[in-house]
Write a protein that binds this ligand. Structure first.
Ligand SMILES: Cc1cc2nc3c(=O)[nH]c(=O)nc-3n(C[C@H](O)[C@H](O)[C@H](O)COP(=O)(O)OP(=O)(O)OC[C@H]3O[C@@H](n4cnc5c(N)ncnc54)[C@H](O)[C@@H]3O)c2cc1C
Length: 406
């Protein structure tokens, strides 16, 4: 019988786990320890509406204070867990206190990857993961200022769009030959590059950063690239990806490799410890390989599965993932994992700013990027798990419903 469940990390996965545990009848002690000073909140608006000043901080909270009271959940905010004492089944917090657990859930998320070049720690150089990061960044976003973003991934590009709307001059420096190359096909990258250019963002690809240059007072002055050019900046955002927060798990001797390694039931290599969300490296039954995902959907689904498995309701995490990104009025929804595709079929006309890119491998639809095509992404969420093999010619006809192309 479990009496004490402790969750480390107070984010999306943690809240979903609590909700499931209580709704499924867990009546024991439930404690969350999170090292940020807030109740668990949503991160997606940090690069969008919250950064733009169009959303109050309270509106970021995933659940109000009453939720935790009603569900008798003790939330220890602003406290970091420093050690997992596995033999004693206790965790040690940064105030020296310890908490016992019968089961532990690691939901520690990710941290921004740092740029290892001289000057990366200058004043005016930012990363974006937390409310505190967004507040610092927003404090410097004034119209006419020059913002250089290193990294053309979704966080960098969302901030670029927000900063343009706030009237800044924005430059994006990307090392690969196109933006969002890790997650989309060239046709989608081309559209986003054109859209940012149309809004006045200068995107430069195939460019590596050598250093960040400083004014005499230690504030950043510009970004120096490998070809020796300097891009002047009042502020710099480093958006070069994230690293799973595994230090605690690794120090406790849990198997970690590009994330905390879990099985399809969210179990780590210790039977009393589970993990969910961005920090995990988990098997995808659908794709037949291991994945580490950074998405709300994955944190939500794994948080649910981990809770059910903790309660002995054996549930394999076997969902086809999806992810969204909002830039200007473009709504990108990526369903599935496109890596390993052998052909892409476009539905609709990119020039019309509403189209889908369908990724096929040996005839099977393995992923779909939907840009302002909500019907396609809703259909794809059913069709991809069913391993459908569409007719490529019918698939290319945007007038034919996706399900009728199968
Ligand atoms: C700017 C931004 C925009 C995003 N936009 C989108 C989007 O549009 N769509 C989408 O699907 N996803 C988006 N994401 C990703 C999404 O927010 C994450 O995938 C999701 O938050 C993961 O949830 P999680 O619970 O795994 O981790 P997190 O939300 O990162 O929560 C983990 C928490 O654990 C804490 N923690 C870590 N170690 C310890 C410790 N030792 N002790 C105590 N606490 C600890 C961390 O500080 C953090 O508060 C975005 C992320 C960012 C940063």
């Amino acid at each position: 019988m479990l009496e004490n469940i402790v969750i480390i990390g107070a984010g999306q996965a943690a809240v979903q786990a609590i909700d499931t545990l209580r709704r499924k009848g867990f009546a024991g002690n439930l404690i969350i320890v999170g090292n940020e000073p807030w109740l668990p909140y949503q991160r997606p608006p940090l690069s969008k509406k919250y950064l733009a000043g169009a959303l109050e901080r309270e509106r970021l909270l995933l659940r109000p204070q009453q939720f935790y009271e009603q569900y008798s959940v003790e939330v220890r905010s602003g406290r970091s867990v420093e050690e997992i004492l596995r033999r004693e089944q206790r965790i040690r917090l940064d105030d020296g206190s310890t908490l016992p657990y019968d089961a532990l859930l690691l939901a520690t998320g990710c941290r921004p990857r740092l740029l290892e070049v001289p000057g990366a720690d200058l004043k005016g150089v930012h990363t974006l993961r937390t409310i505190a990061d967004a507040d610092r960044l927003r404090g410097g976003l004034s119209a006419g200022g020059r913002l250089v973003i290193v990294g053309g991934g979704y966080v960098g590009l969302e901030v670029a769009a927000t900063a343009r709307e706030l009237g800044l001059m924005v430059t994006v420096l990307e090392m690969a030959d196109r933006v969002m190359s890790r997650v989309t096909c060239p046709a989608v990258s081309v559209l986003y590059e054109a859209e940012h250019a149309r809004h006045g963002v200068a995107i430069h690809c195939n460019i590596g950063v050598r250093a960040l240059a400083a004014h005499g007072d230690g504030r950043v002055r510009g970004v120096v690239t490998e070809d020796g050019s300097e891009y002047p900046a009042d502020m710099v955002l480093i958006g070069v990806g994230v690293m799973p927060a595994v230090e605690l798990a690794a120090a406790a001797g849990l198997v970690c490799e590009n994330g905390v390694v879990v099985d399809e039931y969210c179990r780590t290599s210790d039977p009393a410890i589970y993990a969910a969300g961005d920090c995990t490296n988990h098997p995808s039954l659908h794709y037949g390989r291991r994945l580490r995902l950074e998405s709300v959907d994955n944190a939500f689904e794994q948080g649910t599965s981990a809770a059910l498995n903790l309660l002995g309701m054996t549930t394999a995490h076997d969902k086809v993932p999806w992810f969204w990104s909002d830039q200007y009025d473009l709504k990108l929804v990526i369903v599935g994992i496109g890596q390993g595709y052998d052909s892409v079929v476009l539905r609709g006309d990119p020039a019309a700013r509403a189209f889908s890119a369908c990724y096929l491998r040996a005839g099977e639809l393995i992923a779909l990027d939907s840009i302002n095509t909500p019907k396609d992404q809703m259909a794809a969420r059913k069709l991809i798990p069913a391993r459908v093999r569409p007719d490529p010619q019918r698939l290319a006809e945007a007038d034919i419903a996706l399900k009728d192309a199968v």
